[in-house]
Design a protein around this ligand. Sequence first.
Ligand SMILES: Cc1cc2nc3c(=O)[nH]c(=O)nc-3n(C[C@H](O)[C@H](O)[C@H](O)COP(=O)(O)OP(=O)(O)OC[C@H]3O[C@@H](n4cnc5c(N)ncnc54)[C@H](O)[C@@H]3O)c2cc1C
Length: 482
Amino acid sequence: MRRPFFRTFYRRLSDSQPFFDTQTSRESLKQCKLKFLRNCSEADVCTISEVANLKRDIYDVAIIGAGASGATLARELTRRGTSVVLIEAGGKPETLGRFNAAMKWYDRSPVLSLPLRSKEGVIIWRVFVDGGGTLVSCANGVRSLEKELSEYGVSLDAEFLEVEQELGISPFDEDFLSEGSKRIRAAAEKIGIRMERMPKFIHARKCVRCGLCTYGCTYGAKWSSLEYLKEAVGNGAEIINKSRAGRIVIENGTARGVTCTGPDGILEIRADRVVVAAGGIGTPVILQQSGIQSAGKRLFLDLFVTTYGVTDGYTLADGPPMTLVNRDYHADRGFILSPYINRARLARLVECGFRGFPPDERSLVGIMTKIRDDEIGEVHPDGSVSKAVTDSDREKLSEGIALSKQIVRTMGVKEKDIFISRVQGAHPGGTAAIGEVVDNNLETEAKNLYVCDASVLPRAPGLPPILTLVALAKRLGKHLSR
Ligand SMILES: Cc1cc2nc3c(=O)[nH]c(=O)nc-3n(C[C@H](O)[C@H](O)[C@H](O)COP(=O)(O)OP(=O)(O)OC[C@H]3O[C@@H](n4cnc5c(N)ncnc54)[C@H](O)[C@@H]3O)c2cc1C
């Protein structure tokens, strides 16, 4: 008889015994040619429909996480004939363009469905779904950290050119700017703040200006790494969805595979090389559980706040978010400004409290201040996060808020109609940094164990990181194929 899913799942998750000495299910082995190890009785044996299709005993490369970096790497490797299996904690996105569906992808508390927070109260937005953060991105595509990475001997010139071409990066179409964006630009320029059009990975031809990019694009206008994932699968990559990687199997200092837990129990998948691409928070947990204790430190989030203004009838909601940007303060002051609103009242309730709930999105503008925050956070082996806002972070945020308020006031918004969100972050990274946890080929102290995601970034970019991450994954793809 099959155990109720939750009982089995949680019992195994909380099981502190190593998986390796456990009873093998011969039936399952026959079915899927996997090394399928169990720590439960025959009564627990359940069907393994999802993994039954796996074709190999040993893969060339196992990739943990099918997000921005993992999906890119899978595509690069399979194009060169490498056999790849992806282990992804999330599922396939079934509905795109809907707030309620998109919220289900986020890392949330089980009862109140509130987003993950650091122990100090910073809101952290991260998703579990095929495509990872690219699915919910605002499609901002800018180069970042070129200089910092080159100091570690990592040059991404060729890869940046490749990715910019493939993603069709170009400044957002002038004709598609929302009324709110145009008014923000005019007001900013009046007080000497330049707003340029944001480089985007949106095909203008397909975009209908619904402005729902962050719920997953329904029209195929916004690039997401689902496109790369699809190509990788077409080239033979296999995906195990809804399975959470636990620890890397390391034998004599060399990675040999990975264990993961999903609806069907605990699997051990063997591979010649293992790449952890579970994002800035997921990756250090796996590394620490695998004995790499140096991981988990130096967490950054690219902290941000939004300065909202209630208008007399114009909005940012009739176009994509963040279509303009001011980067003039980035190098010296460590922040950028960009027009942005959270359209859903519930999301504003979370980020602003009760003040954020009543305004109608059709009369709302906002300016995001995103900073290069101090890399002082920590991800602990149990997945909890410590991340405080330092004095220096507060200074940058305050400077951005002051400028944003000036712009909004210049637009004619009254003081009483201006409100500010809580501090939050959506770019976790730095927790397995180059030079600290991985070398400049992204390999860890364990041979054949690599990291490929925002964890490896040596500094907070304070800018959208997807382009850099895709470029890094392309570079690793070339390295592993040599
Ligand atoms: C709302 C929002 C908007 C954003 N907009 C932009 C933007 O416009 N431009 C930009 O450059 N950046 C943007 N970002 C940031 C960007 O999405 C992330 O920085 C980027 O996706 C990080 O890539 P990654 O490969 O490190 O991780 P992710 O893309 O997060 O991928 C990690 C994957 O690993 C999976 N995973 C995690 N743990 C495990 C585990 N234990 N086992 C198996 N799988 C696991 C996750 O489900 C996920 O699919 C945005 C982020 C958010 C939240």
